[in-house]
Design a protein around this ligand. Sequence first.
Ligand SMILES: [Ca+2]
Ligand SMILES: [Ca+2]
Ligand SMILES: [Ca+2]
Ligand SMILES: [Ca+2]
Length: 329
Amino acid sequence: MSDDRKNVVWEEKMMTRISAIVMVVLLIVLVLFMLTCDAMAYRVDGDLGDWGLNLSGDWNRVETWMPASATADWIVEDNIDCESHPKARPRGYCGIHIKGSGTSYSNYTEPKITWYGKTWYGVKKAFKNEQPSGRRRNDARTREVNDIEAMYFDTNETHVFFAFVTSIPPDDDKMGDLAIDLDNDKDTGSYGGYEYGIGLQGMYRGMVCRNPEWSGTIDFPYNIIPYRMVNGTITGRAAVKYVKLNVSDYECPNWAIEIGVPREAFGNPSTEQVSNLHITLSCGNDIIEIGEVSWDYEIPEFSNIAVPLVVSILLYYYYHRRKEEKELC
Ligand SMILES: [Ca+2]
Ligand SMILES: [Ca+2]
Ligand SMILES: [Ca+2]
Ligand SMILES: [Ca+2]
C-alpha cells in the first residue's frame, strides 16, 4: 500500500473514531442534562438561595430580593412603605416595596389597613394605619413582629412553588393559610374568590384544600378577608419547610418558608392560567398579595446539545458508509 493510501486510511479511521467519541460524549451530556432538568426545580429546604435570593445581603437593596427565574412572580414589602406614606412612624422603620415578574419590577404603593374602634368620647370610628401594624403602632419592634416581608411564586412542568420571608415563627398560630384564587375571578370560590388554600397552621397544616371555608381576621381589616381554612376537600399534600434565617430585622428573628406542591393538587392548571395569591395574619396587621401570577415555566433549552449531536451522528454515519463502500471496492 502506498504512503498516500495509508494516510487516507489512517485519516478515515481517525475521523470515525473522533466522530464516535464526540457522539458518545454528547450522548452522555444529553442524558445528564435531561436527568438534571427535574433537579433544576426548587429544592424545598427553606434555603431561598435556589430562588436567587441573597437574604444575608442588605435588605434595602433590590439585588437581595431579585429572583433568578424569568417566570417567578414576586412582591417585597419589608417594614413600612415610607415612600408612599412619608409621615409614617416611627421614622426610619422603612423598607423596600416592589413587585415584579422575573427580573423586571416596579415600585408599588402599599395600601393602609383599616380598623374600627371607639373614640374616647364613645363614637365608633374607622382608623387607618400603615402595614405592618403593631400594638404600639409607632414602635418599630411591635410592628416588626407582625411583618411578612416577601412572597414568591413559580412553577415548573410538575410542581408549583411558593416562598415567603416573615417575622412570624413557625409555632405561632398568627400566620394565616395561603389563599389561592386559581381562576383569577373574584366571583367564583369563597371569601373573595378563593378556590384553594394551603395550610400553614391549624387543622389543614401541610395540606391543599379545594373550596375551603375561611375564618376571617379578628382585627384589621375587620373580619372580611380570609385568614384560616376551617373546612374543605383535601386535594393534595404540600412540602413545607419553615427555617430560621441567620438575620434579624429590628432585633426580631426572621424565617423563610418554602412550599412545593404537585400541579395536580390544583387540577393541573395550564401554562396560560393566571391566579391571585393572598396571605395575612390572625389580626390582619399585615396583608401580602400578588395579583395575576402566571403558571408558565421555561422549557429547557437543549438545542445547543441536540444540534451537534445530530451533526455527529450524521458524520459518523457518513464516514462509516464511505468506509464500507471502499472495503467492498
Ligand atoms: Ca430552596
Ligand atoms: Ca421587616
Ligand atoms: Ca409587610
Ligand atoms: Ca375565583
